[in-house]
Write a protein that binds this ligand. Sequence first.
Ligand code: T3D
Length: 255
Amino acid sequence: GFETILFSENDGVATLTLNRPQVMNALNSQMRAEIVTALTGLSSDTRCVVMTGEGRAFCSGQDLTDAAAAQDLEGTLRREYEPMLRAVVDCPVPVIAAVNGVAAGAGANLALVADVVIAIESAQFIQAFTRIGLIPDAGGTWAIPRAIGMARAAGMMLFADAVPARQAADWGLIWQALPDEDFAEGVSTRARHLAQGPTLAYRAIRRALRASSGNDLDAQLALEAELQGQAGRSADFTEGVTAFLEKRKPRFRGR
Ligand code: T3D
Protein backbone atom coordinates (compact mmCIF):
# COMPACT_ATOMS: atom_id res chain seq x y z
CA GLY A 1 0.00 0.00 0.00
CA PHE A 2 0.91 3.63 -0.44
CA GLU A 3 1.51 6.08 2.42
CA THR A 4 1.88 9.46 0.74
CA ILE A 5 -0.68 9.08 -2.03
CA LEU A 6 -4.15 7.59 -2.38
CA PHE A 7 -4.73 5.46 -5.44
CA SER A 8 -7.85 3.85 -6.85
CA GLU A 9 -9.00 2.56 -10.23
CA ASN A 10 -12.70 2.67 -11.19
CA ASP A 11 -14.50 2.35 -14.52
CA GLY A 12 -11.34 2.95 -16.52
CA VAL A 13 -10.26 6.00 -14.49
CA ALA A 14 -7.34 5.83 -12.05
CA THR A 15 -7.28 8.56 -9.41
CA LEU A 16 -3.93 9.43 -7.84
CA THR A 17 -4.33 11.81 -4.89
CA LEU A 18 -1.30 13.45 -3.33
CA ASN A 19 -1.97 12.87 0.35
CA ARG A 20 0.11 14.92 2.76
CA PRO A 21 -2.49 17.64 3.37
CA GLN A 22 -0.86 18.90 6.56
CA VAL A 23 2.06 20.23 4.42
CA MET A 24 -0.04 21.14 1.38
CA ASN A 25 1.00 17.85 -0.26
CA ALA A 26 4.70 18.77 -0.39
CA LEU A 27 6.77 16.28 -2.38
CA ASN A 28 9.26 14.09 -0.55
CA SER A 29 11.29 11.11 -1.77
CA GLN A 30 8.64 8.61 -0.79
CA MET A 31 5.89 10.50 -2.59
CA ARG A 32 7.97 10.77 -5.76
CA ALA A 33 8.64 7.02 -5.66
CA GLU A 34 4.99 6.19 -5.00
CA ILE A 35 3.85 8.34 -7.94
CA VAL A 36 6.24 6.39 -10.19
CA THR A 37 5.05 3.03 -8.84
CA ALA A 38 1.39 3.95 -9.29
CA LEU A 39 1.76 5.30 -12.83
CA THR A 40 3.98 2.48 -14.08
CA GLY A 41 1.72 -0.22 -12.62
CA LEU A 42 -1.66 0.81 -14.05
CA SER A 43 -4.07 -2.02 -14.77
CA SER A 44 -4.74 -2.67 -18.46
CA ASP A 45 -8.37 -1.53 -17.91
CA THR A 46 -7.26 1.98 -16.97
CA ARG A 47 -7.70 4.46 -19.80
CA CYS A 48 -7.30 7.80 -18.02
CA VAL A 49 -5.47 9.03 -14.91
CA VAL A 50 -6.62 11.90 -12.71
CA MET A 51 -3.94 13.39 -10.48
CA THR A 52 -5.18 15.64 -7.68
CA GLY A 53 -4.46 16.71 -4.10
CA GLU A 54 -6.06 15.98 -0.74
CA GLY A 55 -7.23 18.95 1.31
CA ARG A 56 -6.98 22.59 0.25
CA ALA A 57 -3.80 22.42 -1.89
CA PHE A 58 -2.77 20.55 -5.02
CA CYS A 59 0.93 20.47 -4.18
CA SER A 60 3.38 22.89 -2.55
CA GLY A 61 6.44 21.52 -4.36
CA GLN A 62 9.57 20.20 -2.72
CA ASP A 63 9.25 19.45 1.00
CA LEU A 64 11.39 22.26 2.39
CA THR A 65 12.02 20.38 5.64
CA ASP A 66 13.92 17.64 3.75
CA ALA A 67 17.55 18.45 4.55
CA ALA A 68 18.95 15.54 2.55
CA ALA A 69 17.34 16.77 -0.66
CA ALA A 70 18.54 20.31 0.02
CA GLN A 71 22.11 19.00 0.36
CA ASP A 72 22.10 17.68 -3.20
CA LEU A 73 19.50 19.40 -5.35
CA GLU A 74 21.09 18.25 -8.60
CA GLY A 75 21.11 14.62 -7.53
CA THR A 76 17.54 14.83 -6.24
CA LEU A 77 16.37 16.25 -9.53
CA ARG A 78 18.18 13.65 -11.61
CA ARG A 79 17.41 10.62 -9.45
CA GLU A 80 13.91 11.44 -8.21
CA TYR A 81 12.22 14.32 -10.04
CA GLU A 82 13.09 13.18 -13.55
CA PRO A 83 11.63 9.66 -13.12
CA MET A 84 8.49 11.18 -11.57
CA LEU A 85 7.98 13.59 -14.48
CA ARG A 86 8.77 10.87 -17.03
CA ALA A 87 6.19 8.61 -15.39
CA VAL A 88 3.54 11.25 -16.15
CA VAL A 89 4.77 12.02 -19.66
CA ASP A 90 5.29 8.34 -20.57
CA CYS A 91 2.04 7.19 -18.97
CA PRO A 92 0.30 5.01 -21.58
CA VAL A 93 -3.01 6.82 -21.06
CA PRO A 94 -3.85 10.52 -20.81
CA VAL A 95 -3.23 12.24 -17.48
CA ILE A 96 -5.53 15.00 -16.21
CA ALA A 97 -4.13 17.22 -13.47
CA ALA A 98 -7.16 18.25 -11.41
CA VAL A 99 -5.68 21.24 -9.60
CA ASN A 100 -7.89 21.52 -6.55
CA GLY A 101 -5.94 24.33 -4.86
CA VAL A 102 -2.58 26.07 -4.85
CA ALA A 103 0.15 24.53 -7.03
CA ALA A 104 3.56 25.92 -6.09
CA GLY A 105 7.13 25.27 -7.20
CA ALA A 106 7.66 21.76 -8.49
CA GLY A 107 4.02 21.12 -7.56
CA ALA A 108 2.94 23.58 -10.25
CA ASN A 109 5.29 22.04 -12.77
CA LEU A 110 4.15 18.51 -11.93
CA ALA A 111 0.62 19.62 -12.83
CA LEU A 112 1.83 21.32 -16.01
CA VAL A 113 3.39 18.14 -17.48
CA ALA A 114 -0.04 16.50 -17.44
CA ASP A 115 -1.87 16.31 -20.77
CA VAL A 116 -4.86 18.30 -19.55
CA VAL A 117 -4.87 20.69 -16.61
CA ILE A 118 -8.23 21.60 -15.09
CA ALA A 119 -8.03 23.95 -12.11
CA ILE A 120 -10.54 25.06 -9.56
CA GLU A 121 -11.07 28.82 -9.96
CA SER A 122 -9.70 29.54 -6.47
CA ALA A 123 -6.39 27.78 -7.28
CA GLN A 124 -3.19 29.63 -8.05
CA PHE A 125 -0.05 28.64 -9.94
CA ILE A 126 3.13 29.94 -8.33
CA GLN A 127 6.65 29.62 -9.70
CA ALA A 128 7.70 30.07 -6.07
CA PHE A 129 11.34 29.12 -6.61
CA THR A 130 12.97 32.56 -6.54
CA ARG A 131 11.32 33.23 -3.17
CA ILE A 132 13.82 30.72 -1.78
CA GLY A 133 16.69 31.49 -4.15
CA LEU A 134 16.17 28.69 -6.66
CA ILE A 135 15.31 28.39 -10.34
CA PRO A 136 12.15 26.78 -11.73
CA ASP A 137 12.78 23.08 -12.26
CA ALA A 138 10.68 19.98 -12.92
CA GLY A 139 10.46 20.95 -16.59
CA GLY A 140 9.05 24.42 -15.95
CA THR A 141 11.63 26.32 -17.97
CA TRP A 142 10.84 24.05 -20.92
CA ALA A 143 7.06 23.79 -20.75
CA ILE A 144 6.03 27.24 -19.59
CA PRO A 145 7.58 29.47 -22.29
CA ARG A 146 6.20 27.08 -24.93
CA ALA A 147 2.72 27.40 -23.47
CA ILE A 148 2.50 31.12 -22.73
CA GLY A 149 5.47 32.81 -24.43
CA MET A 150 8.66 34.27 -23.10
CA ALA A 151 7.34 37.51 -21.58
CA ARG A 152 4.79 35.83 -19.35
CA ALA A 153 7.11 32.93 -18.52
CA ALA A 154 9.89 35.27 -17.46
CA GLY A 155 7.51 37.42 -15.41
CA MET A 156 6.05 34.41 -13.60
CA MET A 157 9.48 33.04 -12.84
CA LEU A 158 11.32 36.22 -11.87
CA PHE A 159 8.54 37.73 -9.72
CA ALA A 160 7.11 34.43 -8.41
CA ASP A 161 3.66 36.03 -8.60
CA ALA A 162 0.68 33.83 -7.86
CA VAL A 163 -1.19 33.40 -11.16
CA PRO A 164 -4.89 32.74 -10.56
CA ALA A 165 -6.43 29.79 -12.38
CA ARG A 166 -8.58 31.94 -14.67
CA GLN A 167 -5.58 33.94 -15.79
CA ALA A 168 -3.64 30.71 -16.31
CA ALA A 169 -6.46 29.50 -18.57
CA ASP A 170 -6.67 32.83 -20.43
CA TRP A 171 -2.92 32.64 -21.06
CA GLY A 172 -3.06 29.06 -22.31
CA LEU A 173 -1.00 27.69 -19.44
CA ILE A 174 -3.85 25.31 -18.59
CA TRP A 175 -6.91 23.94 -20.37
CA GLN A 176 -9.69 25.14 -18.08
CA ALA A 177 -10.52 26.96 -14.85
CA LEU A 178 -13.86 25.89 -13.40
CA PRO A 179 -16.02 27.59 -10.78
CA ASP A 180 -15.42 25.86 -7.45
CA GLU A 181 -18.92 24.36 -7.37
CA ASP A 182 -18.50 22.82 -10.85
CA PHE A 183 -14.95 21.53 -10.40
CA ALA A 184 -15.49 17.94 -9.20
CA GLU A 185 -18.21 17.20 -11.73
CA GLY A 186 -16.26 18.90 -14.53
CA VAL A 187 -13.16 16.82 -13.85
CA SER A 188 -15.07 13.58 -13.67
CA THR A 189 -16.94 14.29 -16.93
CA ARG A 190 -13.66 14.91 -18.73
CA ALA A 191 -12.04 11.83 -17.18
CA ARG A 192 -14.95 9.62 -18.23
CA HIS A 193 -14.77 11.09 -21.72
CA LEU A 194 -11.11 10.14 -22.07
CA ALA A 195 -11.63 6.72 -20.44
CA GLN A 196 -14.27 5.94 -23.08
CA GLY A 197 -12.23 7.32 -25.96
CA PRO A 198 -9.82 5.93 -28.56
CA THR A 199 -6.90 5.24 -26.22
CA LEU A 200 -4.39 4.36 -28.95
CA ALA A 201 -5.15 7.57 -30.82
CA TYR A 202 -4.71 9.56 -27.61
CA ARG A 203 -1.31 8.01 -27.08
CA ALA A 204 -0.25 8.87 -30.62
CA ILE A 205 -1.54 12.45 -30.28
CA ARG A 206 0.48 12.92 -27.10
CA ARG A 207 3.57 11.57 -28.83
CA ALA A 208 3.08 13.87 -31.83
CA LEU A 209 2.55 16.92 -29.64
CA ARG A 210 5.70 16.18 -27.65
CA ALA A 211 7.74 15.67 -30.79
CA SER A 212 6.46 18.88 -32.40
CA SER A 213 8.80 21.18 -30.49
CA GLY A 214 11.89 19.41 -31.83
CA ASN A 215 10.68 18.67 -35.37
CA ASP A 216 10.50 20.75 -38.52
CA LEU A 217 7.37 20.46 -40.67
CA ASP A 218 8.77 17.65 -42.83
CA ALA A 219 9.69 15.54 -39.82
CA GLN A 220 6.34 16.18 -38.19
CA LEU A 221 4.40 15.27 -41.35
CA ALA A 222 6.35 12.01 -41.50
CA LEU A 223 5.61 11.29 -37.86
CA GLU A 224 1.90 12.04 -38.38
CA ALA A 225 1.80 9.61 -41.31
CA GLU A 226 3.44 6.88 -39.25
CA LEU A 227 1.19 7.41 -36.24
CA GLN A 228 -1.93 7.72 -38.36
CA GLY A 229 -1.00 4.44 -40.00
CA GLN A 230 -1.06 2.84 -36.57
CA ALA A 231 -4.33 4.52 -35.57
CA GLY A 232 -5.85 3.36 -38.84
CA ARG A 233 -5.15 -0.25 -37.91
CA SER A 234 -6.95 0.03 -34.55
CA ALA A 235 -10.29 -1.57 -33.79
CA ASP A 236 -11.45 1.82 -32.56
CA PHE A 237 -11.02 3.35 -36.03
CA THR A 238 -13.17 0.60 -37.55
CA GLU A 239 -15.75 1.15 -34.82
CA GLY A 240 -15.62 4.94 -35.22
CA VAL A 241 -16.34 4.81 -38.96
CA THR A 242 -18.97 2.08 -38.57
CA ALA A 243 -20.74 4.08 -35.85
CA PHE A 244 -20.66 7.21 -38.01
CA LEU A 245 -22.22 5.40 -40.97
CA GLU A 246 -24.81 3.79 -38.70
CA LYS A 247 -25.56 7.23 -37.18
CA ARG A 248 -24.87 6.11 -33.60
CA LYS A 249 -22.30 6.91 -30.93
CA PRO A 250 -19.08 4.86 -31.15
CA ARG A 251 -18.19 2.37 -28.43
CA PHE A 252 -14.42 2.66 -28.26
CA ARG A 253 -12.60 -0.11 -26.43
CA GLY A 254 -9.14 1.41 -26.40
CA ARG A 255 -7.75 -1.14 -28.88
O1 T3D B 1 15.87 18.89 -5.72
C1 T3D B 1 15.33 19.65 -4.97
O2 T3D B 1 15.01 19.37 -3.80
C2 T3D B 1 15.00 20.99 -5.48
C3 T3D B 1 13.63 21.01 -5.93
C4 T3D B 1 12.94 22.12 -5.75
C5 T3D B 1 11.59 22.13 -6.24
C6 T3D B 1 10.70 23.07 -5.48
O3 T3D B 1 9.53 22.80 -5.50
S1 T3D B 1 11.31 24.44 -4.71
C7 T3D B 1 9.83 25.28 -4.16
C8 T3D B 1 9.31 24.70 -2.92
N1 T3D B 1 8.01 25.20 -2.60
C9 T3D B 1 7.81 26.43 -2.14
O4 T3D B 1 8.69 27.23 -2.01
C10 T3D B 1 6.38 26.74 -1.69
C11 T3D B 1 6.32 26.76 -0.18
N2 T3D B 1 4.96 26.94 0.26
C12 T3D B 1 4.28 28.09 0.14
O5 T3D B 1 4.72 29.06 -0.45
C13 T3D B 1 2.92 28.16 0.78
O6 T3D B 1 2.84 27.16 1.77
C14 T3D B 1 1.76 27.95 -0.24
C15 T3D B 1 1.70 29.14 -1.18
C16 T3D B 1 1.93 26.66 -1.02
C17 T3D B 1 0.44 27.86 0.54
O7 T3D B 1 0.32 28.96 1.41
P1 T3D B 1 -0.79 28.97 2.55
O8 T3D B 1 -0.66 30.27 3.27
O9 T3D B 1 -2.10 28.62 1.96
O10 T3D B 1 -0.40 27.74 3.53
P2 T3D B 1 0.81 27.70 4.60
O11 T3D B 1 0.31 28.13 5.92
O12 T3D B 1 1.99 28.39 4.04
O13 T3D B 1 1.13 26.11 4.61
C18 T3D B 1 0.40 25.19 5.43
C19 T3D B 1 1.40 24.26 6.08
O14 T3D B 1 2.10 23.55 5.05
C20 T3D B 1 2.47 25.03 6.88
O15 T3D B 1 2.84 24.24 7.96
P3 T3D B 1 2.29 24.61 9.45
O16 T3D B 1 2.65 26.04 9.71
O17 T3D B 1 0.80 24.38 9.37
O18 T3D B 1 3.00 23.63 10.36
C21 T3D B 1 3.63 25.07 5.91
O19 T3D B 1 4.89 25.19 6.50
C22 T3D B 1 3.51 23.72 5.23
N3 T3D B 1 4.15 23.73 3.91
C23 T3D B 1 3.72 24.39 2.81
N4 T3D B 1 4.55 24.18 1.80
C24 T3D B 1 5.53 23.37 2.24
C25 T3D B 1 5.28 23.07 3.59
N5 T3D B 1 6.09 22.30 4.31
C26 T3D B 1 7.17 21.78 3.69
N6 T3D B 1 7.47 22.02 2.38
C27 T3D B 1 6.69 22.81 1.64
N7 T3D B 1 6.99 23.03 0.33
